[in-house]
Design a protein around this ligand. Structure first.
Ligand code: DGL
Length: 251
């Protein structure tokens, strides 16, 4: 069974891609809504809670993990792999980089993500080794906009213009959407950045790494009431989600 975790509801964009490829896949999902956002927190906080969550997912039957949260992938993937050597741990960054390198012709790659993901510098470091130049921009307003169900229209386009103009000016030919929420803004982002720029959705890339899975009914746990869950899940897929709300780390 695959354990998927995120800071909140955004990870459903990853579940969407898993279901597209494997509709009967049994998932145990954990959204840390009691402590979100992760994108503005420090590295040690993100590492600490990511570790607690992976332990919890394993105790709930997960035998492989997908770190859907890009901020956790950026700060915690290495330490999680060290700590939990016996199970496969997939994260969002490696697959996104591979996909970006396949797409780019001019080796000028744009990254957008949370302040934490951008501050980690992980994309710059790894893409520099592949001879690419990276232009990164934190886009914190995108997260609350998506959570309000605001994924297109004037307001979103104005915000996207502000964030994306500096990347456009750098002549990037690939843009990585390094945050769980951003795939829901893909058509607006594509419109603003231009159709000549290829967009990488790390969630699509990570699913290619799933080697085996169990069939069955998934469960969705949240550490606090998930805000606008049905709205977000509707933007992702047809299924209705029945949340189980309980904070295992608050006792
Ligand atoms: N899930 C986070 C990420 O992908 C975005 C939301 C947050 O800041 O917690 O980085």
């Amino acid at each position: 069974m695959i354990g998927v975790f995120d800071s909140g509801v955004g990870g459903l964009t990853v579940v969407k891609e898993i279901y597209k490829a494997y509709p009967n896949c049994k998932i145990v999902y954990f959204g840390d809504t009691a402590r979100l956002p992760y994108g503005t927190k420090g590295a040690s906080f993100v590492k600490r809670y990511s570790k607690k969550i992976v332990k919890w997912l394993i105790s709930h039957g997960a035998d492989s993990i997908i770190i859907a949260c890009n901020t956790s992938s950026a700060w915690a993937a290495d330490s999680l792999r060290q700590e939990f050597k016996d199970i496969p741990i997939l994260e969002m960054i490696g697959p996104a980089i591979e996909q970006a390198c396949l797409y780019t012709k001019n080796k000028r790659i744009g990254i957008i993500g949370t302040p934490g993901t951008i501050r980690s510098g992980v994309y710059e470091k790894r893409l520099a080794k592949k001879g690419c130049r990276v232009f990164a921009k934190a886009c914190p307003l995108f997260v609350p906009m998506v959570e309000e169900g605001l994924v297109s229209g004037n307001i979103v386009e104005e915000v996207a213009k502000r964030y994306l103009a500096p990347l456009k000016a750098k002549g990037i030919d690939v843009l990585i959407l390094a945050c769980t929420h951003y795939p829901l803004l893909k058509s607006t982002i594509q419109k603003i950045i231009g159709k000549e720029v290829r967009i990488v959705n790390p969630a699509e890339a990570v699913v290619k790494g799933i080697g085996f899975y169990k069939k069955g009914k998934s469960s969705f746990y949240f550490s606090d009431q998930p805000y606008n869950l049905q709205k977000i899940s509707k933007l992702c897929f047809e299924r209705k989600i029945k949340p189980i709300v309980n904070d295992p780390f608050n006792s």
